[in-house]
Structures are given as C-alpha cells and as structure tokens.
Design a protein around this ligand. Structure first.
Ligand SMILES: [Mg+2]
Length: 378
C-alpha cells in the first residue's frame, strides 16, 4: 500500500448495466420513457477494500445509449483506471477523455466514482474535494411530463404536500393546445408554484416563435430549448423576441459548446448536467463560463437514480454559480425503487446536501445485481 491512505491504488472495477422499472410514462419533445430506464453503475475498489461508485445515466435520444456507456467504461476506460493511483484523478480523467469519443455519461460516472472513493478514504464529502460548500440545501423542481394530465395532477397533489414549490412543464410533444390548457390549469390551481417550461427541442422551426410567445404570456421563470440543438441562429432569434429568459439545454453539453453559446447569444441561461459535460469538474467549468457572461445556470439531470442525484448534489453544493435549483426528482417520484441503501434525502421541497464522506450514500449491491442485465468484473 502506498504511504497515505487516501492515495491508494485502484485494484478492481465492476460495471453494471441496469434496467430500473418506472411508475409512469414521461414524454419529452425528443422522445418518451416508459416501463424502465437504463443506467450504468461503476464500482471502483481501492487496496484496502473500500469501494467508490458512480452512475452513467444515458438516454439514447439525448446523450447516447447505456450500451455505449457500458462499453466505454468496461472496454476503453478500464485499462486506464485499474492499477492507477487515486492521487492521479486529473490524469485518469484526461486519459479517459481521449480513450473514447463522446460517452459523456461514462466519464461522469468515472469522475464520480473516483471522487466518492477518495472522499471515503480521506473522510471528506465530495463537495469538499470540489472546492467547498456554498449551500446546505437545493430547491427541487419536479417535471410534469405525463401524456395523461390527470395522472400529473395526482403528482401535483403529492409534491405539493411534500413541500415542493417548483415544477417544470414538459411541452411540445402533444400539440400546442395541450400545452396551453395545462399551463392555464396549473397557473389557476397551483398559484404557489413557480413554473418552468421545457420543450426538449420539440418545436418545428416554422412555428416555434409563435408557440413560445404564447407560452411566454404565462410568465414562466424560463423557457428551455424550444428548437433543435444545432439551431443556434433560431435560438438567438427567439431569445431576442421574447421577454422571458430562454435556457439552453441540448445545445450546450460541455465547455466547448458553452463558449459558442456565449458568443452567439443563444440563451439567457443554461441547464448544467454532469451527464452532458462529462464530469463534475467540467460541469463547474460550464457554470463559471455562464456566470462570467452574465448567464444563469440550472441543475438539470437525465433519467437518473439516486447515485447520480448525489453526484449532482455535491457538484451544485460546491458551485455558487448554479442558482436556479435542481431537478433531482426521479429517485423520489419516478423510479419504482431506487438503488441507494438510504433514500435520497429531500426535505420540505429541498434536496439536502450530505455531510458524510464521499457521496454520503451507497448503492445497495444486492439491488445492482437484481436489476442488472449485464455485469462485468474484469
Ligand atoms: Mg431540458
């Protein structure tokens, strides 16, 4: 064993591809999720037998497939990790960035597991390894995205009773009239809620501005990604013609896109996700670039389990530039059963930033094996 206990060698690596049952259908502008979500979990073990974990939450129509994340970790990244020292986290991440193109969720899982393991060995929470804490809680937004609106009204009652006061209405998948009807109803029946709107690229370029203008009349906090990710000019046009903040999500993955988004003035703010940026530190870079250009930042997520929520929570806890809360709702309100040993903690509508070392939560390995459709230990 090397000298310091927190700078041990990584001796083992396990990768699971899971399918987790969900309790409802979710429709977004770019696609739907029903029955199960696919995620990949990475486990890294140090010399003394301590484990650290990370999650890759892929969505095939957005960031890529779980199969790609699994292959990226198991085939291309494994040789760059096993046998390396935890002291060399930045070098491992740099090597991984070149070992396989894209696969940003796999790289997020890798950095999460490295930070979790180092945090556990050193007795520090992951937020401490990312620069220290700027907040103890994060306001939680829940997405309203069921094509059966009555089911979402049931969900509204549940989250209201739990103390949540932010929702994000998913739009652009079932017609403009359906979107306006739901906005009207939610504004009337739930005046205590802040409403955000997310099209997930769902509008056609030809009528995007007209639809967005109607929705802007309801004065949501922001309107997110109305058109296709690559339509930077149209995003800039829409932004210039509405008086509600426009957010970019699919248009901005990592720092490289953020630079272009700033130059071309496509948005007033950005949704930051560790699964898009390719890790927690790159997500922090995106947030700082946005803030330096006067843009706001929101803590977005993919269809995640609690392990990825924890990673995002630590990242946001150490990133003061992310001021619009988070959407880590799936572990509590979407998955039939989460993978963590202890529930992902939400109190009075706020995600609670963990105090314990590492991520402050551990996946139940019995559940990992139970929900696995593929697993590799070497
Ligand atoms: Mg979005």
């Amino acid at each position: 064993m090397t000298g310091q206990t927190n700078l041990q060698t990584i001796t083992d690596m396990t990768v699971w591809h899971l399918q987790l049952p969900v309790n409802a259908r979710r429709d977004h502008g770019i696609g739907s999720v029903e029955h199960v979500v696919d995620i990949v979990v990475l486990g890294l073990r140090s010399e003394d037998g301590t484990w650290g974990y990370g999650e890759a939450s892929s969505w095939s129509v957005f960031t890529g497939s779980a199969e790609a994340s699994y292959a990226a970790l198991n085939r291309y990244i494994r040789p760059l990790v096993v046998g390396q020292s935890l002291a060399d986290r930045a070098r491992i991440m740099e090597n991984a960035s070149y070992a396989v193109a894209h696969c940003t969720e796999a790289k997020a899982a890798l950095e999460t597991a490295l930070l979790d393991l180092q945090g556990r060995l050193s007795g520090l929470p992951v937020w401490a390894l990312l620069g220290g804490r700027c907040r103890d809680t994060i306001p939680l937004s829940c997405s309203i995205a069921d094509p059966d609106f009555d089911r979402d009204l049931d969900l509204m009652e549940r989250i209201k009773a739990d103390g949540l006061r932010i929702i994000k209405l998913k739009t652009g998948f079932k017609g403009h009239d359906f979107d306006l009807m739901r906005l009207e109803r939610l504004r009337t029946d739930y005046p205590e809620f802040a409403i955000r709107v997310d099209y997930n690229q769902g509008l056609h370029a030809s009528d995007a501005l007209a639809c967005v203008r109607d929705v802007a009349g309801f004065k949501p906090d922001f309107i997110e990604q109305p058109v296709k990710a690559h339509l930077y000019d149209l995003m800039a046009d829409i932004r210039a013609q509405i008086d509600v903040p426009l957010l970019a999500d699919e248009s901005v993955f990592g720092p490289e896109d953020m630079g272009r988004a700033i130059r071309e003035r496509i948005a007033d703010g950005v949704s930051i996700k560790i699964m898009k940026s390719g890790g927690l530190t790159r997500a922090q870079t995106v947030a700082r670039m946005a803030a330096s250009a006067g843009m706001s930042a929101y803590g977005g997520d993919m269809f995640e389990a609690g392990l990825a929520h924890l990673a995002g929570t630590h990242m946001i806890a150490a990133t003061p530039e992310i001021t619009l809360g988070c959407e880590f709702y799936q572990a509590s309100y979407f998955l039939v059963e989460d993978i963590l040993e202890q529930p992902f903690e939400v109190r009075d509508g706020q995600v609670v930033v963990p105090e314990a070392s590492g991520l402050g939560g551990t996946p139940d390995t019995g559940k990992l094996d139970h929900f696995a459709i593929n697993k590799a230990t070497e």
